[in-house]
Design a protein around this ligand. Sequence first.
Ligand code: DP6
Length: 365
Amino acid sequence: MDFFKNSELHIDPNIQLEGKVGWKSPSNIALIKYWGKYRDQIPMNPSVSFTLSQAYTQTICEYKTKKKDDNKISIDFYFEGKQKPEFARRINLYFKSLLDVFPFLTQLEFEIFSDNSFPHSSGIASSASSMSSLALCLSSIERNIFNIHLDEDEFLKKASYVARIGSGSACRSIFPKISLWGKVNEIPESCNKYGIPMEDYLHKNFKNYHDDILIVSKIAKSISSSDGHVIMSDHKFKEGRIQQVNKRMHFMMRALETGDLEKFGEILENEALTLHSLMMSSEPAYLLIEPNTVKILQRIESFRKEKKLPVYYSLDAGPNVHMLYPNSIAEKVTEFIDNELVKYCKDGDYIKDYLGSGPKEIDFS
Ligand code: DP6
């Protein structure tokens, strides 16, 4: 039997069931970027990310059995207390795509409540946190209804598989501190279908590592990541990118294992710039960074050189800047941000985040 799919999971129609589950799940920042995919979020290349802590989504799912299974998905979806039809449509499609994993989804009706810890429209991508928290809720519902006994590792592996079907980067948010997704030959347990935990691999130099997110713009981006992946599928530099990223992954994993902050930072920044240069050289070409993004990147670089401190940047698919640095220099970096960088941030906003311990189930008992 396929570990992820069980066509026998149907609810006895004579039993009335209802319940409630909830998960808080964090966002993540990719160190090596997932950029380009095949069907169902099978990635064009492996990626590795730090799991964050303060930027998370909380999802609560209430469910009860329908009087009659009409083969339809029934969801009422509330985002920050309000019904959101455009999100509901995406979740509807997501549930449909999961019917071979969770065939019982058409037998239940759902009320789903989702809230982000970060301000709505802060320009922070929320698909990783929102889809991972929803995937964990569905995995908990399956466990509760069918009394499935998976150990913790198996439960998270399945949740990561389910999250990946919702949004590729979400499958990495399932694990504490650091997660790898996509086949890397030197890491035999790595796989394209789900993320794997890599905390044991991480050198102590990355303990309590910080990631401050400087909000340059709060406007939704012009091209979503999902569209960006599609545009990547016939990018003229696609083959070169795949070769580059596989080599880079090797050196990034070594830097993470040996605690080499300089090598880590060098690859981190180059990946961020590569991601945006792929966007700028695609057809159609597009630009997601803004003048203030560039100013911040340049200031980080000169601060690092002047002060000889290991502060490096990364970018997601948007204009906001992630600043990564060790806990030992946190005070100096905060002073630097407050004195020199907040002026480039929209409304002076930035989020102080750091490596987190992964998703947490909400206890309703
Ligand atoms: C640039 O996971 O948002 O953040 O799989 O289509 O939902 P879909 O895309 P998504 O892409 C994230 C791209 C990225 C890099 C990364 O997180 O690895």
